[in-house]
Design a binder for this molecule. Sequence first.
Ligand code: SAH
Ligand code: SF4
Ligand code: F3S
Length: 459
Amino acid sequence: MNRVHIKTYGCQMNERDSEAVAAMLRTRGYSIVDDEAEADVVLLNTCSVRDQAEQKAIGKASHLNRRKKRNPNFLVGVMGCMAQNRGSDLLDRLPDLDLLVGTQKFHAVPDHLDNLISSLQGQGPRPSTLVDLEAEEGSQNTIRDHAPGERQVSAFVSIMQGCNMKCSYCIVPKTRGPERGRPIDDIVAEIEQLAANGTKEVTLLGQIVNQYGIREFPFVDGKSPFVQLLERVNAIEGIERIRFTSPHPSGFKQDLIDCYGRLEKLCEYIHFPLQSGSDKLLKAMRRPYTVEKFRRILDAMRARCPDLWVSTDVIVGYPGETEEDFDMTCEVFEQIGFDMAFIFKYSVRPDTTAEALGDPIPAEVKDARNKLLLDKLQARSLARNQSLVGQTLEVLVEGPARRGENRFTGRTRGYRKVVFDGNERLVGQLVPVTIREATVTTLDGELVLSGVDADVAAL
Ligand code: SAH
Ligand code: SF4
Ligand code: F3S
C-alpha cells in the first residue's frame, strides 16, 4: 500500500509542489513510482487556469476511480488549484475520491494518506472523502523539501505563494490565496543544500517574483527584497545559473534591470508576460502597464544584456478584442521579437471579474488568432535559433535525450534546448557545444572535446 504516483497539471509552481509532496512522502516511507499502473495511490495535482485543464483532470480522476472496482484498496486523491477552486462541489462529479487537498495543505498529504491507509486496513466501511482545503498561515514555508539524496542538475525553488493582483481573467488569486513570501535565509539555506547535492541551476518561482517580500521585508540600499535574494543566490558556491519566473512589468524597477550583466549567474533569459499588444485590452484585463512601458523595460534590459532571450504569455480572444486590437498584438509581437511564447485562447473562469463579460469571441476566431501568432513565433524562433549555427555555447548537461543512443540534452544560458552526442559523466557539467543545426525548438550540436576534461569526454 505504499506506492504513490503523482500526476501534475499546470505551471512550474505546481510541479514544484508535487516534488515537495513526493519528497515528504518518501521520507515517510512511501515509494514514488513513475508508472501509474503500478501505484496503490494516484494523486492528481491539478490546475484551474483554463477550463480545459480542469476537464482533463476530472476525466482522469473518473477514469482512475473505475480501477477501484478491481482493487478496492486503490486510492485516488486530487490536490492543488482545482481542489481549491471547486472545493467539496467537486465530489458531486467525483463522489469516489478518497482525498481532496487544497493549495495550502500539500504538507498534510503524508498524514492524510497514513490515516486513509490505516482505516482501509481496519475492518470498517470505506472511509468517506478526506477534505482539507483550509487556508493556513505560513503554508508558503512548507514547500521546501527536495528528493532526499538525489541530485537535480536544475531545480525549482518556490520563493513565495499566492498573488495580490486582480487581473480580470485570472483564477490564480482565488486558488492560491494572497501573496506570501518565504524568508530570504530559508530560501538561501534550501539552495545551499541543493548546491551541496550537485544542483547547478535554480529557477526561482512565484506568481510575481519581482513583488517577492515587498510587504514583509525592507528595501536595502534601494534594492527590493527580490534583488537582495538574487544577490544572495548569486553568491552561493556551486550554483552556476539563476533563472526566475514569472516577473510582472509593474514594479520591474531599475534595481532589477541592473542585475543583468551585474550578477554573472543570472542567465540571459527572461519570461516576460505581455498578455496583449493593445493598451485598451491591457486596461480591460487590469494589467496596470502600457505596451510602451513594457517595451521600455525590455529595451533597458536588452541595453544591459544584448544577448537576452525573451519569452512571453499572450491571451487571444479576450472579450472585446477587435481585429484592430489583435493586429496591434501581432505588430508588437513582431517588433519585440519574442524567442518563445505561450499563446492561450481565452477561457472564462468562475468568480473572476471578467466572468460577467461572457465569452463573446467565437472559437474559430480564437483558433485563427492563435494560429497566426504561432506562425509568427515559429518564424522568429527558427531564425534566431539558426543564427546560432556555427557558434560555440555553454551548455548545462541535464541528462540523456529522449531518443537516440548516446544522445544527451542540456540548455544554453538563453534556455535553448541542445542535443548532442555525450555520456553519463557529462551530466551536471557546463560544457562547450558547437551548434551544427537548428529547428524551431531544438539545437543540434557537437561537444567541443578540448573544452572538457579528457576522462569525462571519452565517449
Ligand atoms: N502570474 C503569471 C501568470 C500565471 S498564469 C503572470 O502574471 O505572468 C499563466 C498564464 O496563463 C497567464 O500569463 C495568462 O497568459 C494565462 N491565463 C491566465 N488566465 C487565463 C484565462 N482565463 N484564459 C486564458 N489564459 C489565461
Ligand atoms: Fe493571475 Fe495576474 Fe496574478 Fe499573474 S499577476 S497570477 S495573471 S492575477
Ligand atoms: Fe494552474 Fe494553479 Fe499554476 S491554476 S497555472 S496550477 S497556480
